[in-house]
Write a protein that binds this ligand. Structure first.
Ligand SMILES: C[S@@+](CC[C@H](N)C(=O)[O-])C[C@H]1O[C@@H](n2cnc3c(N)ncnc32)[C@H](O)[C@@H]1O
Length: 240
């Protein structure tokens, strides 16, 4: 996969992708990340990327021309036009399913705005998708872009050491993950559940499923309506 990010703060993105699983995915050629300075696509003397809003009002609005020019220029260097994502608090909210869908694209182009937002024509004519990372407003899209990138990249085949990690974690099957423990077996009087220490596989599998269902029921009951539940799950939920 190739990911292009367009921003007025390219270093913010370039620095952040130098860590952890994203970095390893870059090193292993699973993803190629290119960060582009929006100011490279403006032509006036001051490289102005924002202007006052038509109709008045507070703040500045990002101009359309640099974004259009950036995307045209990026498209010129590849046969894959890419899936253009505009980060916006008004977009579809990112979730695990949407992150998984994004892994199907060979190329993502992420557009980062700041100030009061972006000229509507970018949204209408350039963006294939508008994505939000949650119902709150950030001062700029760079952290949102990094969240999208991290969520997508870790789902690429080979990005994690163990593919089972994504198969069992929260939100994969619409449930929250069961509680996890590691050594020591007892810490300051708090013991790891006996059953996990005993190591009987079938008991552990059922306990984990039960805990995942219980946790989801207690914390995020809204998830259960779209989770893939088996007959055994319904039985466990009945007991809960
Ligand atoms: C201060 S915000 C502008 C908010 C805009 N005035 C509005 O009410 O929708 C500046 C930029 O940060 C990004 N941004 C802010 N919150 C976001 C969120 N929850 N998810 C994704 N991007 C966000 C968007 O690119 C947005 O245009």
């Amino acid at each position: 996969m190739r990911i292009d990010v367009v921003s007025i703060f390219p270093d913010l993105i370039a620095d952040a992708v130098r860590y952890g699983i994203v970095h390893r995915a870059v090193e292993n050629d699973l993803v190629n990340i290119a960060v582009h300075n929006l100011r490279d696509y403006c032509h006036d003397r001051h490289c102005q990327v924002d202007d006052t809003p038509y109709g008045g009002g507070p703040g500045m609005v990002m101009k359309p021309e640099p974004f259009f020019e950036a995307v045209r220029s990026l498209r010129a260097d590849s046969t894959d036009p890419g899936h253009v994502i505009l980060l916006s608090p008004q977009g579809q909210v990112l979730n695990q399913q949407r992150a998984r869908e994004l892994t199907q694209h060979g190329r993502l182009i992420l557009l980062c705005a700041r100030y009061e937002g972006i000229d509507e024509r970018v949204r209408e004519a350039l963006a294939d998708q508008e994505l939000s990372i949650g119902d709150y407003v950030l001062s700029g899209a760079e952290f949102a872009a990094l969240v999208v990138m991290d969520a997508v990249i870790r789902l690429l085949a080979g990005a994690l050491g163990n593919e089972d990690s994504t198969a069992q974690e929260s939100h994969t099957e619409g449930l929250l993950e069961y509680p996890q423990y590691t050594r020591p077996a007892v810490y300051e009087g708090m013991a790891v559940p006996d059953l996990l220490v005993r190591g009987h596989h079938e008991e552990i599998r059922r306990w984990r499923r039960q805990q995942a269902l219980k946790r989801t029921l207690q914390r995020r009951p809204d998830l259960l309506s779209s989770a893939e539940l088996t007959d055994e799950d319904w039985e466990i939920l009945g007991e809960l």
